[in-house]
Design a protein around this ligand. Sequence first.
Ligand SMILES: NC(=O)c1ccc[n+]([C@@H]2O[C@H](COP(=O)([O-])OP(=O)(O)OC[C@H]3O[C@@H](n4cnc5c(N)ncnc54)[C@H](OP(=O)(O)O)[C@@H]3O)[C@@H](O)[C@H]2O)c1
Length: 266
Amino acid sequence: MSQIHFIGAGQMTEAIIRAALKREAVNPDAITLSDIDPERVATLNARYGLSNTQALPDALAAADYIVIGVRPQDDIPGVAQLINQHASPRATVVSIIAGVTLARLALLLGENRPVARIIPNTLTDTGLGYSGVAFNAHVDSAPLMPFLESFGKVMLLEERLIDTFTGFAVAGVNYVYYFVEALADAGVLAGLTRAQSTQVVWENLVGAVSMLKLTGCHPRQLMDINNSPAGVGINGLYELNKSDFAAGLQSSVLAAVRRTTELSGQ
Ligand SMILES: NC(=O)c1ccc[n+]([C@@H]2O[C@H](COP(=O)([O-])OP(=O)(O)OC[C@H]3O[C@@H](n4cnc5c(N)ncnc54)[C@H](OP(=O)(O)O)[C@@H]3O)[C@@H](O)[C@H]2O)c1
């Protein structure tokens, strides 16, 4: 199995490792880690039974894949220099750094380095939710896919859409959590217990998505089935329409996309 070295052993790296091990996409002895903080490496090695404690520079030299998991404000040129010095020219770099483009990575890592740019989501433990993925021309994607698919579904994107994806898809989980909270509150307001209301919301959410997938229908077609003339459902929807629900949601998404673009430019 391929060797994977992670530079930056933070929250996202940990979430990826946990998911990749759970889905057996990587063996524990195929993972090595480095971080400014050696305590963090020791903690993750112990927590996930990572038996290969090879340190830099040997760990980098042995890696087929190098995941850069540091933050945008960290010393990315310093990390790139380490890779250029010690890694095999054939090793593929997988960058999860938000806002750092393939062009910038090519400047730092050389034009010929295979580089994958990934925006993972925070649903890694579920295997659901999409990671946005853009490859440069040198990446051999087939052997990399099982690893990428172990911490989310993979949506291959033109790189120009990565910021939009970040604002819409990665931030988008918020709206679902918020919707669940608001709807459960509504059930409580109407007289159900918190537990009853929450159970109903979860089942309605999962059930509605299953119906959409099962039937292939547009949501409006399914709403029509759910709404008899002058009935309960359409009266409820009428009130919701007056609240600018759709416009509020859509402006929120556009604001998140704008903010992603702003941060990418900084
Ligand atoms: N969290 C998300 O939802 C999400 C989603 C998509 C993408 N991302 C991206 O994932 C990346 C990591 O995010 P995170 O939330 O996991 O951050 P994090 O928990 O702060 O992890 C970053 C780790 O890298 C270490 N580090 C900093 N500079 C380093 C260097 N030069 N060499 C080695 N290690 C270094 C940090 O150590 P110190 O703390 O000691 O500095 C920290 O342990 C970010 O670029 C972010 O844009 C995150």
